[in-house]
Design a protein around this ligand. Structure first.
Ligand code: PLP
Length: 380
């Protein structure tokens, strides 16, 4: 699904000296590389504060702690996403409220959010799933109307430009009250281990969060709040700072592969190609509000699992993200949920398939993958 070895080979002469610098300085924790990467990422995203931390799951948890969410507060998020999102809500003893997604964008359904709001609702967590910006204008409007926080889970969307209804653009992660991201190696901006970050434009919230990541300390050995230990180590920051200047070209390489796939599959009666949100006038296929963390097809009348097997037999890796809706996971099932409210997720888990998508795919590989997919779909 990813080819991190080939990617590393091309940037080895920038990454290696950057790592070496950390080792020679022995500034392993909170060294100058961490600060440098933080500043560079703030500039890239156009966000006032980036607070690095240990991974994307911590980033979400710390964002919720920073907002002062309390046990019993309800937090609305998508049923169709990676479990980390709902996990931290439950871990903090907040009440997760899972809602259905949009059948076209696969992102949280704005109408479903509206239906799920109660007097206990405190926050909405949109996920920019597979790299496509969620419908942020609509979500921010609902949040304003009901006085809710918006926490963007930007683990899959870093570098995407959200196109506002007024035609301006903002990078995902710089729109909500606070956002989280992950630098897991396979993410669009990945390090060589674990890493994550929290973003916010709010100075007071940034201050609170900087203390939380450091054991609740605002002054040495004075612990004002219950915090955690969550740090991005200097070696990972060195890798990320060397890779950040490549992020736009990496995302463009993903979009190039996506355009090739879409060109080949777009009018097929059994294949629905990924597209943007409807309010984007369908231009997302080519514009930059999608950074294709995954390239995910929605199949109609195709034996998905047999296709997975067929691709594997041809040495083509593929993935099913996600095979089980979160509301059906043992840890998160709840009698409040009604299957009728999850029609889209319940169907998507049986029909989606993600094709290889990374920065090093060449046209020959893409054409081989297209051929094997079409052969199977046309014959079955
Ligand atoms: C990867 C991911 C996370 C968690 O990131 P980690 O760094 O692995 O903890 C959270 N949310 C989403 C949507 C992700 O894809």
């Amino acid at each position: 699904m990813v080819d991190l070895q080939s990617q590393y080979a091309k940037i080895k002469d920038v990454v290696d000296p950057s790592i070496q610098e950390v080792m020679e300085s022995a500034a392993f924790i909170n060294g100058p590389k961490v600060h440098q990467f933080q500043k560079n990422l703030e500039d890239y995203l156009g966000v006032k504060h980036v607070i690095p931390c240990a991974n994307g799951t911590d980033a979400l948890q710390i964002a919720m702690m920073g907002l002062g969410l309390k046990p019993g507060d309800e937090v609305i998020t998508a049923d169709f996403t990676f479990a980390a999102t709902v996990e931290v809500i439950a871990l903090l003893q907040l009440t997760p409220v899972l809602v259905d997604v949009d059948p076209v964008s696969f992102n949280i359904d704005v109408e479903a959010i509206k239906k799920a709001i109660t007097p206990k609702t405190k926050a909405i967590v949109p996920v920019h799933l597979f790299g496509l910006a969620a419908d942020m204008d609509a979500i921010m409007e609902i949040a304003k109307e009901h006085d809710l926080y918006v926490i963007e889970d930007n683990a899959q969307g870093i570098g995407a430009n959200y196109l506002h209804n007024d035609g301006t653009k903002t990078k995902t992660g710089a729109i909500g009250h606070v956002a989280s991201t992950s630098f897991f190696p396979s993410k669009n901006l990945g390090c060589y281990g674990d890493g994550g970050a929290i973003f916010t434009n709010d100075d007071d919230l940034a201050h609170i969060i900087r203390g939380i990541v450091n054991h609740g300390m605002y002054e040495r050995y004075h612990h004002d709040v219950v915090g955690v230990n969550s740090r991005l180590d200097s070696i990972q920051a060195a890798v990320l700072d060397a890779k950040l200047p490549h992020l736009d070209s990496y995302n463009e390489a993903r979009r190039h592969a996506a355009r090739k796939y879409t060109e080949a599959f777009k009018n097929h009666p059994k294949i629905i190609t990924p597209s943007g949100r409807t309010s984007c006038n369908g231009i997302c296929e080519t514009c930059d509000c999608h950074v294709f963390h995954q390239y995910t097809l929605n199949l109609k009348d195709v034996d998905r699992d047999a296709l997975v097997k067929h691709l594997q037999e041809n040495n083509i890796p593929c993935g099913v993200y996600y095979p089980i809706p979160l509301h059906k996971q043992k840890a998160y099932e709840d009698e409040r949920y009604n299957q009728e409210d999850f029609k889209v997720t319940n169907a998507l888990v049986t029909s989606v398939i993600s094709l290889p998508m990374h920065t090093e795919l060449d046209d020959e590989q893409i054409e081989f993958i297209i051929e094997k997919v079409l052969n199977f779909v046309n014959e079955n």
